[in-house]
Design a protein around this ligand. Structure first.
Ligand code: MSP
Length: 468
């Protein structure tokens, strides 16, 4: 059986889940479900990133011991994904001793290879990003992604990883395009340009951050949180039972702010430790809320729970996917979600299903083998999620509505063959729509299928009540 291993970033637990985290997780869920539906054996991994200065500081502010804080917040992510019916197979926490052990092993390999040296480093560090900032990342002398107070000056003696040593090899990998590992193409060009403009080595340990995994060869320092976090993708395959064969990962999903870590640093670490490289990374853009960056200080953060309360579980996932920030940032907001819900789900799909089910009540239907549309599959595999479901709506839902409106079968007698034929055609299309929707809205898809299986039964209640 073909194996497919897909991951989301592991989320920092200084925050509670918002729709930014949710869009990556839902995207991974849709891709995972497609691969399962195609009969593949899937390993879908997500989890939380729990070490480092940022988490330690947040715990301190809350007056909690750090591990106790992690134990309190990490389940909120797991529960949020369960509430959304996300089909993850394992939820990893970087404070899991089994993960910590693999981190120590991988780092030791890198050290034994001679790829680590001690040096002094000074510079501006963003606690929000958990990284030293480069000149080009500075806006008014602080990180452009986080509030100014998150940028601090640091002068430390750290262990460094010879990232620069692996740059020629990584450039070659990208240029030969054998691994095809950076998607979409724009990101690949961005990384290539950055690699060619000169790359410095990176520190791999922290002198003054206690909350981390001790550096195996120097217990006075802790492993830099990003080195610890990236290894989660590999460590899970090593300690979760029966998952060893899933490495290398088929697809890492991530947001654009962590592209460098996932397409350069991670590859260099693996090359150094002589572990095979992941096959593909897909990088998406960001959600903006009504034209603004989503941030706690602006108070405009939307949580998945808020969407679920308003629209329901599967409906929320639909809205997320239809506004998925693929190549460009995507502007969303509660009002826009409402409009989309009413237009697509209540007025279009919901209305069609209830009309056809009522008109064709009692009509016998045939069993037909439905397969995924090729174009749909390709769009999903390229993470063009919005376009993929737009295609389903155009091809099956809109086409049926058009047919109904053009032929007005309700004006014909129940037994009229023309009426039966039109309704049969609509039923076939609706069942095809439901078949494709199973990877996004499995319960809705099942309800629709039940309504048309063997004999048409009208719906007992509307699929998607209109929302004011
Ligand atoms: N812990 C690191 C990742 C380590 S992976 C080895 C991290 N965590 S995070 O909590 O900040 O989550 C970052 C991810 O959340 C992004 O890569 C993206 O997937 C998602 N998003 C966070 N904000 C987002 C938006 N506003 N819009 C879309 N997705 C965004 O970085």
């Amino acid at each position: 059986m073909n194996k497919f291993f897909i991951t989301t970033p592991i989320y920092y637990i200084n925050d509670i889940p918002h729709i930014g985290h949710t869009c990556t997780t839902v995207a991974a869920d849709v891709v995972a479900r497609l691969h399962r539906a195609k009969g593949e054996e899937v390993f879908f991994l997500t989890g939380t990133d729990e070490h480092g200065q940022k988490v330690a500081e947040t715990a301190q502010k809350e007056g909690l011991e750090v591990k106790a804080y992690c134990d309190k917040i990490s389940p909120r992510f797991e529960e949020a994904w369960k509430k959304l019916d996300i089909s993850f197979d394992f939820f990893i926490r970087t404070t899991d001793p089994r993960h910590e052990k693999v981190v120590a092993e991988v780092l030791q390999k890198i050290y034994d290879k001679g790829d680590v040296y001690k040096a002094k480093y000074e510079g501006l560090y963003c606690v929000g990003c958990e990284k030293f900032l480069t000149e080009s990342e500075l806006v008014d002398n602080h990180c452009g992604l986080h509030p100014p107070e998150k940028t601090v000056f640091k002068s430390e003696e750290n262990w460094f990883f010879k990232l620069s040593k692996y740059v020629p090899e990584i450039i070659k990998l990208i240029e030969n395009d054998k691994t095809n590992y950076i998607y979409p193409i724009g990101k690949k060009l961005e990384i290539l340009a950055k690699l060619k403009s000169g790359v410095k080595d990176v520190s791999i340990s922290r002198e003054n951050v206690e909350w981390g995994i001790p550096t195996p060869w120097d217990k006075s320092q802790t492993v830099y949180v990003w080195f610890d976090a990236l290894i989660n993708y590999y460590s899970a395959t090593q300690f979760v039972e029966g998952k060893k064969d899933f490495w290398p990962a088929d697809l890492h999903l991530l947001g654009k702010e962590i592209l460098w870590f996932h397409t350069v640093i991670w590859q260099a670490m693996l090359l150094s430790a002589e572990i095979s490289l992941p096959k593909k990374t897909y990088t998406h853009s960001f959600y903006m809320i009504d034209g603004q960056k989503m941030s706690k200080s602006l108070g405009n953060v939307i949580s998945p729970q808020q969407l679920v309360d308003l629209f329901g579980v599967e409906e929320s996932k639909y809205l997320i996917v239809r506004s998925f920030p693929s190549e460009n940032d995507s502007d969303v907001g509660i009002n826009r979600f409402k409009e989309k819900y009413n237009a697509d789900l209540a007025n279009n799909l919901g209305n069609l299903v209830s009309r056809v089910a009522k008109l064709a009540e009692g009509q016998k239907t045939e069993e037909e083998k439905i397969e995924f549309d090729n174009e749909f599959e390709e769009l999903i595999n390229n993470l063009k999620l919005d376009e993929a479901f737009e295609l389903v709506f155009n091809k099956y839902v809109d086409a049926s509505n058009l047919k109904l409106n053009q032929t007005s079968p309700w004006k014909l007698e129940k037994e009229n063959p023309e009426r039966i034929a039109v309704l049969n055609e609509c039923i076939k299309n609706i069942r095809k729509a439901a078949f494709h929707l199973q990877i996004l809205m499995p319960k809705v898809a099942e309800k629709i299928e039940n309504c048309f299986k063997n004999e048409v039964k009208p719906l007992s209640e509307s699929l998607f009540p209109r929302i004011k």
